[in-house]
Design a protein around this ligand. Structure first.
Ligand SMILES: *Cc1c(COP(=O)(O)O)cnc(C)c1O
Length: 397
């Protein structure tokens, strides 16, 4: 039954969401999350996964996961610092370090955990963090956990960053300064201005931290990330990558100097207090990194599909924002209307998730598309036709 006090709190808040049309049930996928899949019992073109390269269902990864599971078991059995470090975890870290051209890498159970563990291991209440106002929730939570002063700068506004960091520096109040940013912003698909961020950081003796969750497997040489994209090797102190999105499995990692990684192995709390990634996931991640290292074919196909789809959506009259990556928002504005639009698209055969406040600022509700390497041009054409039909019917285009 639950307590009366809790019931009152929950029902009032749930009712409010229902009134605003923001109450959502979880969509359930039957079978693999491919480019076409069955969601809530209906076959649709899937434009909402983070499976950028189609690796989540790649038979080579599935086989690697099975082999590692057979060899090591279903679980790692302990946290990394006790007896949960299997040689397969270390192999994954070595492969990732090479792929990133970094001295060392530490793997966490998720990208979210990377941010929780890393920011809090580096910054304290005597420090200040300059944080882009559109940074991901896990960055925000990691910053909060660290206890450092959080100074938000306007999204990708380098003048504002310069102004705020100068004030923080000149105040003399803080021991350390750090600038933290998403590499690719997940809701708009724009790329952080890393070269300028690095320059500003150098000017004020701050260190730099980029979360490449949506850049991993997408940007840079063979999808190795935003540091590669801007040729900033050795200039960014902490690079976070996720193994859960384009890499197709689950997990996250931090790439940096050997010293940084040594410290995180001693002070990154999710590494110390949460069980290690499963052997099957580690095996599949190793295979994915091998595939990416050998060829840029999947990354090239991803970008080709993304450009194709974006130009078509834009040509039929949609506002697709200012994305520079395969993330393709269709901006609607009104929250309830965006959700209705997403529902209508679904009824017509396209799954493109509606996204509203608090994930994006109020008044910028949207449906977000992520085209993948696994979509065919035929599927994309079909999706565009559905967009045309539904958008016309709802008076959006
Ligand atoms: C998705 C995302 C994460 C979380 O990564 P997981 O591996 O799914 O936990 C962290 N940061 C950013 C910027 C993300 O987009």
């Amino acid at each position: 039954m639950g307590s009366k006090a809790l019931h009152e709190f929950l029902s009032a808040n749930l009712d409010e969401l229902k009134e605003k049309g923001l109450y959502r049930k979880l969509p359930v996928v039957t079978g693999p999350t491919g480019p076409r899949c069955i969601i809530n019992g209906k076959e649709v073109i899937n434009l909402s996964s983070n499976n950028y390269l189609g690796l989540a269902n790649d038979p080579r990864l599935v086989e690697a996961a099975i082999k590692a599971t057979e060899k090591y078991g279903a679980g790692a059995g302990a946290v990394r610092t006790i007896v949960g470090t299997l040689d397969i975890h270390e192999e994954l870290e070595e492969k990732l370090a090479k792929f990133k051209h970094s001295e060392a890498v530490i793997v966490f159970q998720s990208g979210f955990n990377c941010n929780m563990g890393t920011v809090s291991a580096l910054m304290t209440k005597e420090d200040a963090i300059l944080s882009d106002e559109l940074n991901h929730a896990s960055i925000i939570d990691g910053c909060r956990l660290s206890g450092a002063k959080i100074i938000r700068y306007k999204h990708s506004d380098m003048d504002d960053l310069r102004k705020t960091i100068k004030e923080a520096y000149e105040s003399g109040q803080y021991k350390k300064l750090m600038i933290i940013t998403d590499g690719v912003f997940s809701m708009d698909g724009d790329i952080a201005k890393l070269p300028e961020i690095v320059e500003i950081a150098e000017e004020y003796g701050a260190f730099t931290y980029v979360d490449d969750a949506h850049a991993s497997g997408v940007l840079g040489k063979n999808g190795s990330g935003s540091v590669s994209h801007f040729n900033l090797y050795g200039k960014v102190d902490c690079q976070i990558g996720t193994l859960s999105k384009a890499i197709g499995v689950v997990g996250g990692y931090v790439a940096g100097t050997k010293e940084l990684i040594d410290w995180l192995k001693l002070r990154g709390r999710p590494f110390l207090f949460s069980t290690a990634m499963t052997p099957g996931a580690a095996g599949a991640c190793i295979k994915a990194i091998e595939i990416l290292s050998e060829s840029s074919e999947l990354v090239d196909r991803l970008w080709d599909n993304a450009r194709y789809f974006k130009s078509k959506l834009s040509s039929i009259g949609y506002d697709i924002g200012h994305s520079e990556t395969p993330i393709t928002p269709v901006i609607i504005g009104d929250e309830a209307k965006a959700m209705k639009f997403s529902d209508e698209l679904f009824n017509s055969g396209v799954f493109a998730q509606g996204i509203a406040f608090p994930t994006v600022p109020r008044g910028t509700a949207r449906v977000r598309n992520i085209v993948t390497a696994a979509h065919t041009k035929d599927m994309l054409d079909e999706a565009v036709e559905i967009y045309k039909k539904v958008g016309t019917k709802m008076g959006i285009i």
